[in-house]
Design a binder for this molecule. Structure first.
Ligand SMILES: [Zn+2]
Ligand SMILES: [Zn+2]
Length: 186
């Protein structure tokens, strides 16, 4: 793995990007770089749902001209957005990734306490953002959902689930991650 790139899509608070980048470097043991942002994802807006299509955002990352030379290498790109994401079959998603691919996206929208009518909690937001970033990137390394509720690859459909899990990969996910990283290098 040459590098994992963090791509802000729209305006994203710098300290969040930096914290997520540090966490990625630590957990995946590779370089992580924050690259210049893309414009807000108005192209992915779904008027019927008043949400944004995570699939369209992934497509935009993969087809973006400025990113195309980066994407030729052994890299991953994690797009970070601050809009509410959905897929055709799910009412919302915290993020989406290509399984064993190069692109992933994560949204901060539903990770904020304010979304649930609660007072802001910047520290909690950072914790959640780190876990969801690792989770989606884990998918790009070929990891699927894990049955261990403490493992970062556990499927979260609520912030409660996110708060229960840790920011680490369980033993079996770690082993698989290690193997898959190895084979991507070859
Ligand atoms: Zn997942
Ligand atoms: Zn696991």
């Amino acid at each position: 793995m040459r590098c994992i790139y963090i791509l802000p899509i729209g305006s994203i608070h710098q300290p969040i990007l930096r914290t997520v980048a540090q966490e990625i470097t630590l957990r995946f043991n590779c370089r992580c770089k924050i690259i210049p942002s893309l414009e807000a994802p108005s192209y992915a807006f779904e008027p019927d749902r008043e949400q944004y299509s995570s699939g369209k955002i992934l497509k935009q990352i993969l087809n973006n001209e400025t990113l195309c030379s980066l994407l030729k290498g052994t890299v991953k790109i994690l797009g970070i957005v601050d809009v509410d994401l959905c897929t055709p079959i799910l009412t919302f998603v915290f993020g989406e990734a290509q399984l064993g691919g190069k692109a992933a996206t994560v949204s901060l929208c539903r990770l904020r306490q304010e979304f649930y009518g609660l007072p802001p909690d910047p520290k909690l937001l950072l914790e959640r953002a780190k876990k969801e970033a690792l989770h989606e990137l884990g998918h790009t390394f070929g990891l699927v959902h894990c049955s261990d509720p403490k493992c970062v690859m556990y499927f979260s459909n609520s912030v409660r689930n996110i708060d229960v899990k840790t920011d680490s990969f369980c033993r079996s996910c770690s082993m698989l991650l290690c193997e898959n990283k190895q084979s991507e290098r070859e």
